[in-house]
Write a protein that binds this ligand. Structure first.
Ligand code: NAD
Length: 497
């Protein structure tokens, strides 16, 4: 498929693609696909004012009616799935199946949010005072700033957006400067839903194009009570304190360093499939990519041999082509990051298989995913390198394996392959994984939207998507109502006047 056909099918016009200063190159072949106009700090301030006005109207619209807008958005996404999926692939280089999967995740969260729009409920609580009732209510919070990373150009946006809209909050979206086109196309698709909806206020979704400095206008504005930011821990270290300084709220979804423990009882066939999908999918550029394999000594040699066999035959190349499983890295910086990490791993005693440059489409940065057998969990293993590098370590006791799994600064995703219920339940217990996500007999990546997504420690502590993640987009209010004729005070305090 030609790049121009993908851009046109995704509703992008010449005005979107020409005359700007932000150059967008496809990682597939390095070709310039557009130079997008960027926004200024003043533009973003105007967006915040528009969103504030939209909030005043939208917060009064009943939740189920707000849900109707997201239902329509989900319909429009279904109609545009192929086109938007191909654009995601063109812009960030993940294989087409994964591009389509990302749009499917958007559709799924829309479905979830539509149901949620009728379930924005709180609790009734027993009052200690006679003739009193207590309850908890949830109200729209305000303008929500959503900052997203290049590797998932659209799905994490949708996790936030679908819930924020049903909760009553307008959104200003600052996509990665590496993937602005997927954001512009998504806004076009949402505009179709708005048109069908009829009476929505202007400014429920605005897209702010630019780099970190544009994100900073959002993070420092007191008119943006919630910032949901997905990206590196480096970014989170800047964004978190900036928002905290003004007592704003954050949902931080930052870096991961995800592990799999493979026990002697594991189904190795399934383990191999799960390892390869999670370690080389999106060319190792998922926050949940498998980066550390902690294998029992009894099965280590067999597992590593099987993995090397699969790795040697991985189809690497054009992510739009059928059959490709590994597309390109995002850019030259990512390639040099991978090369440096492999050099450091060698210096720390690692043995590297694969990892060199691969034949791909000219102009793109294609690599052979690497398997690196390490003598222990050295510095480089504890660092998130955003590339397909799988470090292999060996263990003999489960306690040792869990200690290795937890001994990294990040806490996003983890898993164990074992058919021994004592081991699997220990891994999921308080004595087990310290991550936000802990799986049994599936890999660490490819979460469903029904659960809360996010991680602990340097991953930031935020939760998005399913479960009760919607509460982040609302403010909680405790109500006590006295329907008696007296005025008793709590805790039995006597205060007679
Ligand atoms: P990045 O941190 O370079 O950029 C992420 C976003 O933050 C971009 O939109 C960027 O413009 C913005 N940004 C940067 N500095 C900012 C600042 N000072 N103020 C406001 N915004 C700022 O990350 P990336 O390279 O695009 O993505 C890769 C990283 O994202 C990896 O570490 C990966 O693990 C992480 N990630 C995490 C999750 C998750 O859910 N935990 C999901 C996807 C990616």
């Amino acid at each position: 498929m030609a790049h121009s056909d993908i851009l046109a099918a995704a509703l992008l016009t010449d005005a979107d693609l020409k005359g700007g200063t932000l150059e967008v190159h496809s990682p597939i072949d390095g070709a310039l696909v557009g130079s997008v106009p960027t926004h200024s700090a003043g533009d973003v301030e105007a967006m915040i004012a528009t969103a504030k006005a939209a909030f005043d109207a939208w917060k009064l619209v009943p939740g189920p009616r707000r849900g109707e807008l997201i239902r329509l958005f989900g319909e429009e996404l279904r109609a545009a799935k192929d086109e938007l999926g191909a654009l995601v692939t063109l812009e960030c280089g993940k294989i087409l199946q994964e591009g389509l999967g990302e749009v499917q995740e958007m559709i799924d969260i829309c479905d979830l949010a539509v149901g949620q729009s009728r379930q924005l409920f709180g609790l009734t609580i027993a009052s200690e005072r006679p003739g009193h009732s207590m309850r908890e209510t949830w109200h729209p919070l305000g303008v929500t700033g959503v900052i997203t990373a290049f590797n998932f150009p659209v799905a994490p946006f949708a996790w936030n957006f679908a819930l924020a809209i049903v909760c009553g909050d307008p959104v200003i979206w600052k996509p990665s400067e590496k993937t602005p086109l997927s954001a512009i196309a998504t806004a076009r698709i949402f505009a179709k839903a708005i048109e069908r909806f009829g009476d929505a206020p202007e400014g429920l979704l605005q897209v702010a194009i630019g780099g970190g400095e544009i994100g900073e206008v959002l993070t420092t504005s007191k008119d943006v009570p919630l910032i949901s930011a997905t990206g590196s821990t480096r970014m989170g270290r800047i964004v978190g304190p900036k928002v905290a300084e003004r007592f704003g709220k954050t949902v931080l979804e930052l870096g991961g360093n995800n592990a799999m423990i493979v026990a002697p009882s594991a189904d190795l066939e399934n383990a191999v499939r799960a390892i390869v999908f999670s370690a080389v999918g999106t060319c190792g550029q998922r926050c949940t990519s498998l980066r550390r394999l902690i294998v029992h000594a009894d099965v280590r040699d067999e597992l590593v041999e099987r993995l090397k066999g699969v790795y040697a035959k991985l189809p690497i190349g054009d992510p739009l082509a059928k059959g490709t499983l590994v597309g390109p890295l995002i850019d030259a910086d990512a390639l040099s990051g991978m090369e440096k990490a492999l050099d450091q791993a060698r210096a720390e005693g690692g043995t590297v298989t694969g990892g060199g440059k691969a034949q791909g489409v000219a102009g793109g940065h294609y690599v052979h995913p690497a398997i690196v057998e390490m003598p222990g969990q050295t510095d480089i293993v504890r660092h998130e390198t955003f590339a397909p590098i799988l470090y292999v370590m060996t263990y003999t006791t489960l306690d040792e394996a869990i200690a290795l799994q937890n001994d990294v600064p990040q806490g996003l995703s983890s898993c164990i392959f074992s058919t021994d219920v004592r081991e699997t339940e220990t891994f999921l217990s308080a004595a087990g994984s310290d991550c936000g996500i802990a799986n049994v007999n599936i890999g660490p990546s490819g979460a469903e939207i029904g659960g809360a997504f996010g991680g602990e420690k340097e991953t930031g502590g935020g939760r998005e998507s399913g479960s009760d993640a919607w509460k982040a987009y609302m403010r909680r209010q405790t109500n006590t109502v006295n329907y008696s004729r007296a005025l008793p005070l709590a805790q039995g305090i006597k205060f007679e006047i």
